[in-house]
Design a binder for this molecule. Structure first.
Ligand SMILES: Cc1cc2nc3c(=O)[nH]c(=O)nc-3n(C[C@H](O)[C@H](O)[C@H](O)COP(=O)(O)OP(=O)(O)OC[C@H]3O[C@@H](n4cnc5c(N)ncnc54)[C@H](O)[C@@H]3O)c2cc1C
Length: 506
């Protein structure tokens, strides 16, 4: 298929849809491996979108909170630019039909979340923000003539010549196909699906990182994976999230003996996510179970306050009004990703990235809650502006010999990541992970995308000799005096894993 002239967007979550809508009337082909509205973290978002809209709030205060959460590693200029664009992004979503919740006077209701110094979380449908936002945008995209939506189509490889994109090889319902095109946006979401306990859809296993890395793109801050402290502990995959707002409303964390183990730590249950996640993880590692107890603080109001959470707790046989909810930490959000500038440009010509797959530098070592949907909308717009300012390049036709594409299987990588690249890490475990993922990437085609994404994360974690933000090393428990971002290319990760292998043989 010759898609020259069009821009191919890989991913139909909030980032991909925002970019596609902002690019109109420029032709866009949007690929999504799942039907729109399914298998995207965007649909699952509960809390909402952060924007400085309330009285006494402004972008500077929002930025200060973001930089604090990022633990020294945010790019302050990038953060200022994205956060300053937040109110306009909410306006745009309203114009696109998102029914944000309002108070009795018709003003947008603004919620408060941990580590935000002001009430600034705009939400929709109570705790169904992602579902409502996506419903409006999907409807809009389906009615936009310039957007061709190809569902059930999985991007497999990027074709790159002279460090410039030439096309996308995709697995379609009719087999492999080449979409020739010189402008591609990666918007494939996060990496929670690389872990056995994660809140992201199973298909979010870093395929966009593998695509871009194989094409030569530089990655940034990959070691920073945020673990949410309170996912509903069940056999489900992915795990359901019990939003921070439940703790914000007073629910407490207790162990199986009813002991409130976070009580004496600064911030208690509302300490930064990484601290609460480590607290919960330590209890589980000591063989105890952990529960979120909302009986006293919320009790009978739970169902009207958190209808979606109440629903899935009930499905798991728990009534949160009268029973403590079993919880565990789960991989939730990837601060790292494909390194991009503010316009979303990667280090490869014609390749942009936005949303969770990208690393703009907004989140640093830890994301401030509700900044990610915001980044998806704002940076989707920045990418659209940048793509629209380029012209398609006519080149000779590409030769393409279709070869069978083996369906992806992230399960083997998941076992390795869960064991060695989780909430608490150490050098021995990370070296074992890197060796195992390297062997998997080399020997198992079905697992290779997940293994490559995991390998790059493990190597980045091994290279960071400190504990900062969401990255916690038991062998380097202190924070380094100087905060430095880290960048990585796939070839460097492979070289390092190879040398670890050689060390073992010697
Ligand atoms: C349970 C949960 C709750 C959350 N709550 C909030 C919140 O309240 N506020 C907030 O700001 N953030 C929240 N987040 C984070 C936020 O939802 C995500 O960071 C954001 O939605 C990411 O959007 P995205 O478009 O980048 O990725 P996604 O929404 O994950 O979309 C990725 C898309 O890429 C497609 N895809 C992937 N690989 C391929 C491929 N190879 N080929 C074709 N298509 C592909 C997928 O099918 C999907 O359509 C939450 C996340 C989760 C999981």
């Amino acid at each position: 298929m010759d898609a020259t002239g069009a821009c191919i967007i890989i991913g139909g979550g909030l980032a991909g849809l925002s970019a596609a809508l902002d690019l109109a009337p420029m032709p866009v082909i949007l690929l999504s491996k799942a039907p729109l509205g399914f298998e995207a973290s965007s649909v699952l978002a509960q809390g909402g979108i952060a924007a400085a809209l309330g009285p006494g709030d402004n972008a500077e205060l929002h930025c200060a909170d973001t930089l604090k959460a990022g633990d020294g590693l945010c790019d302050a200029e990038v953060a200022q630019a994205i956060l300053a664009a937040a109110p306009a992004a909410i306006d745009k979503l309203l114009r696109r039909g998102v029914p944000f919740d309002r108070d009795s006077k018709g003003r947008l209701s603004l919620g408060l979340e941990a580590a935000h110094s002001r009430r600034r979380i705009v939400h929709a449908g109570g705790d169904g923000s992602g579902r409502e936002i996506m419903r409006a945008l999907i409807e809009r995209a389906r009615k936009t003539p310039s957007i061709t939506i190809l569902e059930g189509v999985c991007a497999h490889r990027l074709v790159v010549e002279d460090n410039a994109v030439r096309g996308v090889v995709a697995n379609t319902q009719n087999g492999p196909a080449l979409l020739a095109c010189d402008r591609v946006v990666v918007a494939t979401g996060g990496v929670g699906g690389l872990y056995q306990y994660g809140t992201n859809p199973a298909g979010s296993f870093g395929q966009g990182l593998a695509l871009a890395a194989r094409a030569g793109a530089v990655m940034a801050d990959l070691e920073f994976v945020q673990f949410h402290p309170t996912a509903l502990d069940s056999d489900a995959f992915p795990l359901k999230l019990i939003s921070e707002t439940v703790r914000g409303d007073g629910a407490i964390l207790v162990d199986d003996a009813g002991r409130r183990f976070m009580a004496n730590r600064p911030g208690a249950e509302l300490a930064p996510r990484d601290i609460v996640a480590r607290g919960v993880f330590a209890e589980l590692a000591a063989g105890r179970r952990v529960f979120l107890d909302a009986r006293q603080a919320i009790g009978a109001h739970f169902v009207e306050r958190f209808p979606a959470i109440e629903g899935f707790c009930r499905t798991a046989g728990i009534d949160p009004a009268t029973q403590p909810i079993p919880v565990r930490p789960a991989a939730h959000y990837h601060m790292g990703g494909v390194k991009v500038d503010l316009a979303g440009r990667t280090s490869v010509g014609g390749l942009w990235a936005c949303g969770e797959a990208a690393c703009t530098g907004l989140h640093g070592a830890n994301r401030l809650a509700s900044n990610s949907l915001l980044e998806a909308v704002v940076c989707g717009g920045f990418v659209a502006e940048s793509v629209a300012s380029t012209s398609p390049v006519r080149r000779r036709k590409l030769a393409f010999e279709p070869q069978t594409i083996v369906p992806d299987d992230p399960a083997p990588a998941r076992r390795i990541m869960t064991r060695w690249v989780g909430v608490l890490r150490d050098g021995d475990g990370l070296r074992s992970a890197a060796r195992a993922l390297y062997a998997l990437a080399r020997d198992c085609e079905a697992a290779s995308d997940a293994a490559i994404a995991g390998l790059m994360i493990a190597v980045a974690a091994l290279n960071r000799h400190e504990s900062r933000g969401a990255h916690a090393r038991t062998d380097f428990p202190s924070i380094a005096a100087k905060a430095e971002r880290a960048f990585l290319r796939l070839e460097d990760a492979l070289r390092m894993a190879q040398s670890l292998d050689a060390e073992l043989v010697a």
